[in-house]
Design a protein around this ligand. Structure first.
Ligand code: GUN
Length: 292
């Protein structure tokens, strides 16, 4: 087996984007990051996005609305960002604290600023193989990890675990596209799937995105498979300073010896999500300046 080093691949992309942004004339790309509440994982993700933006030369504007804002007040806030010509990309960090609902806000973001790719228009474009929209960051990052690791999905059986809007559905659409690097035969499994291990054992490429710690075990994986672990789960661990450790959806010790290639957690898909967000922000800036 070999590890797919997401940190290294993301660093390469960040360096490419940094050079691209440095060469841009005039105002640099600007990303508005909206975070509501104090979910610890969201705090850490938004901080990482802000830090990477700064590294590239993208202006990160972090907006922390009070948790007491109503859904319609949040929508008004998004409307203001949509109308602001100094803002190129808008991201509403998910999850939102109840009773706010992310789906309505995702649709409120202008499709031209929807760097998360969650808007109906952008998901529709993805389903129609139309490159002019935004592809959500984690699925785009998975495809980039595969292509930069010389994994061609053509003719392969790609099994996706999970049907979320953020990962499962869009990554299945990407793997299915009739284009170089993709063209896979795709099966999507979910909580209603019967005899899931019988299906995962057929996977040439297994993408686990269900948010259940160490769900995929060695007996569920075909020898020589490529395993992409999208999960970032916090599991209580008193031996750690933080009181928890991060673990993926894959039980690494039993799967790693069977896999030809595997992504670690952390340091696999996670850094790629951030790199793709930056790429989308640069694309949104180009759109705003009529360069796309
Ligand atoms: N929460 C977990 N992943 C994501 C993501 O890619 N975008 C947003 N907005 N929230 C998330």
């Amino acid at each position: 087996m070999a590890l797919i080093d997401g940190n290294r691949i993301a660093e390469t992309i960040v360096a490419e984007l940094k050079a691209e942004v440095a060469a841009l004339p005039g105002r640099k790309p600007c990303l508005a990051l909206v975070r509501v509440g104090d979910d610890p994982a969201s705090i850490s993700y938004v901080r990482k996005k802000e830090k990477t933006a700064a590294e590239i030369g993208v202006t990160g504007r972090v907006i922390l609305p009070p948790v007491t804002l109503s859904q319609s007040e949040l929508e008004t806030l998004i409307d203001g960002l949509n109308a602001d010509p100094a803002v190129d990309g808008i991201l509403v960090q998910s999850p939102l604290p109840p009773p706010q609902r992310t789906s309505g806000l995702f649709r409120r973001v202008s499709p031209n600023k929807d760097v998360d790719g969650f808007h109906t228009v952008n998901l529709g474009k993805l389903a129609q193989d139309d490159d002019s929209g935004f592809v959500s960051c984690t699925p785009a990052g998975i495809m980039e990890l595969l292509s930069r690791s010389s994994v061609d999905l053509a003719g392969k059986h790609v099994v996706v675990l999970g049907r979320s809007l953020i990962v499962g559905k869009p990554v299945a659409l990407l793997a299915l596209q009739k284009r170089a690097g993709a063209n896979g035969t795709v099966t999507v499994c979910h909580s209603g799937t019967r005899d899931l291990p019988a299906i995962t054992r057929q996977a040439d490429v297994l993408i686990a995105a269900i948010g259940r710690p160490e769900f995929v075990t060695g007996d569920m994986v075909k020898p020589g498979a490529v395993v992409i672990d999208v999960g970032i789960n916090r599991v209580a661990d008193a031996s750690k300073k933080a009181g928890y450790r991060l673990t993926g959806d894959v039980h690494f010790p039993s799967v790693e010896p069977k896999a030809a290639l595997i992504t670690p957690v952390p340091g696999g898909v996670g850094p790629m999500t951030v790199a793709m967000l930056m790429r989308n922000t640069v694309k949104a800036h180009a759109l705003a300046h009529g360069r796309h």
